[in-house]
Design a protein around this ligand. Structure first.
Ligand SMILES: [Mg+2]
Length: 203
């Protein structure tokens, strides 16, 4: 009878993991020692203009990283793991990422390896990539969320994703990152999640 327990819908990249930081350290810095950039200075995502490269080149590099050992070796976010261990059983959990189709299998494997005790479903809305034509089901994360029966809350670092979730009637909790204007901490975001769950029937 728990089918309508609320569902927490977790973004993957830069929420469950630290993809941008890992890409900067393992890909950008070694290739551009004369143009270092700190995570705190990444005020836009995608950051191609800050980096002085074109958007397609940035996505190609990021997707290649997603397919390699660097992505597989990323540590899970410790504050979210601790929250799940303490409180995760009171609701359902889904991972929802807007990643490239070719990166989805490695992302799914990473999520289930680290978070599979709680996150039992993995879904993705394919990100547009040049030359790739796929069946189109959901225009964005909001469209995906609108098909859930249970109350849902999206935890995401992307302002457009959060806006789409709110438009779909879901909760929306901003995971703080330099590019989204978030002034709070991960602990603040998790407290906000606790409050939302309390208001939506998850004791
Ligand atoms: Mg993200």
């Amino acid at each position: 009878m728990d089918g309508l327990k609320p569902t927490v819908v977790w973004d993957v990249d830069d929420v469950l993991n630290d993809l941008m930081a890992a890409w900067l350290v393992h890909v950008w810095a070694p290739a551009h020692p004369d143009r270092p950039i700190a995570l705190a200075d990444v005020r836009a995502n995608p950051p191609h203009q800050l980096l002085g490269i074109d958007r397609a080149a940035y996505h190609a590099s990021l997707d290649a990283f997603r397919l390699g050992d660097g992505y597989a070796a990323m540590a899970p976010n410790p504050s979210i793991l601790a929250w799940l261990e303490a409180k995760g059983e009171r609701c359902h959990h889904v991972a929802l990422t807007a990643t490239a189709y070719r990166a989805a299998p490695s992302t799914a494997a990473w999520v289930l390896r680290h978070f599979g005790s709680w996150i039992r479903q993995f879904a993705f809305v394919p990100a547009d990539r040049p030359g790739e034509v796929l069946p189109r089901f959901d225009a964005d994360k909001g469209a995906w969320l609108s098909r859930l029966r249970a109350p849902a809350v999206l935890v995401d670092d992307g302002p457009a994703n959060l806006a789409a979730a709110a438009s779909a009637g879901a909760g929306a909790i901003r995971w703080p990152q330099p590019w989204n204007g978030g002034s709070g901490t991960p602990a603040d975001a998790l407290r906000e999640l606790d409050t939302w769950l309390g208001e939506h029937g998850a004791a």
